[in-house]
Design a protein around this ligand. Structure first.
Ligand code: PHE
Length: 337
């Protein structure tokens, strides 16, 4: 072997390493040339047969070949390590992975989103407000008399500065009307706070979705039509609704709205206590005093409002018997949804 043979071998080796397209090919080149039984150790042994005057040059050239090839192979190995589709050296791609499981959205979030979507198809937009409210937004502007029991410290959380934790999301409607002229078509999903002792059906914080529609000539028939549509979208086409007279300070007339029981479809069963009906929401025509508080002209507009508890609807739809399940963050419970 002479210097020229050695140069040809160098070109070939570097070309092969350079054109390797995956980690396996790089490894094959390494074994072919650099391994103990590879070509380069053989060439080193040839050194003793090289004519004396060529020896220094030949030795130097072999070393250069070895160093350049080693460098190139290292570079290629790094390039392919961890790239998809090729097994990095020492990494077994055929090993099955460890499934971590998919999370789900909390049932309260799921039902809130569902309710929101239904009203969005009717042209309602979502309005938001703070959890900490003024007494005026939460009670006064909503025509709640000074001696109304819900204002009591037994029922509402007051802060030291005189503000409170809102006990319903109705103050969002007050805020919205103060800032926007009619027509209004909003819903306000959000968290509410009441001083309740926790048990299977009560929690000191819970969620509501409230709705408000204000325009010229809005009537109770519009409220009925809107809520009938909502009921069918939420429960299915067979559901019926009924209005029962009720009282809220901020609406006149006020109603409570029942849906036919989703379990027995109105025949009467354990879930609906044999009545065939389940109470779902409160509603009514906006009291003129509320419009007065926010500066709307009662000779021009009328409106309806409604509000519902999301925990209650979630429990009804999913057959959950204890509201506390929704707050304990037990993954065994939550992963069912
Ligand atoms: N704010 C009422 C409640 O918390 C619900 C409601 C809203 C009733 C709007 C009528 C109109 O119970």
């Amino acid at each position: 072997m002479n210097l020229q043979d050695l140069n040809e071998l160098k070109t070939k080796a570097l070309n092969e390493a350079q054109s390797a397209t995956d980690a396996n090919a790089v490894e094959a080149v390494r074994i072919e040339y650099l391994a103990r039984k590879g070509l380069l150790p053989k060439v080193m042994q040839e050194l003793k047969n090289v004519p004396v005057e060529e020896k220094p040059l030949f030795g130097k050239a072999v070393n250069e070949l070895k160093n350049e090839l080693t460098e190139l192979i290292k570079k290629k190995q790094a390039e392919f390590a961890g790239s998809a589709g090729s097994a990095g050296v020492g990494f077994d791609l055929t090993q099955p992975g460890q499934w971590q499981g998919l999370g789900t959205r909390h049932p309260i979030t799921q039902i809130t989103d569902r309710i929101t979507q239904i009203f969005q198809t009717l042209g309602f937009t979502v309005a938001d407000g703070p959890d900490v409210e003024t007494v005026w937004n939460n009670f006064d502007a909503l025509n709640t008399p000074a001696d109304h029991p819900s204002r009591d410290e037994q029922d509402t959380f007051y802060l030291e500065n005189g503000d409170l934790m809102r006990c319903h999301t109705s103050p969002v409607q007050v805020r919205y009307m103060m800032e926007n002229k009619p027509p209004v078509r909003i819903i306000s999903p959000g968290r509410c706070y009441r001083r309740d002792t926790p048990d299977a059906t009560h929690s000191a914080n819970f969620h509501q979705v409230e709705g408000l529609y204000v325009d010229e000539n809005v009537s109770l028939a519009d409220l009925k039509g809107t809520l009938s549509y909502f009921a069918r979208e939420l429960m299915g086409p067979d559901v019926k609704i009924r209005f029962r007279p009720h009282f809220f300070p901020f609406t006149e007339p006020s109603v409570e709205v029942d849906f036919t029981c989703h379990v027995c479809h109105g025949k009467g069963c354990r879930v609906c206590k044999n009545s065939g009906w389940i109470e779902i929401l409160g509603a009514g025509m906006v009291d003129p005093n509320v419009f007065g508080s926010v500066g709307y002209d009662t000779s021009e507009v009328t409106g309806f409002a409604f509000g519902m508890g999301i925990e209650r609807i979630t429990m009804i739809l999913y057959g959950i018997h204890d509201i506390r399940n929704l707050y304990e963050n037990d993954v065994r419970f939550l992963s069912q949804f």
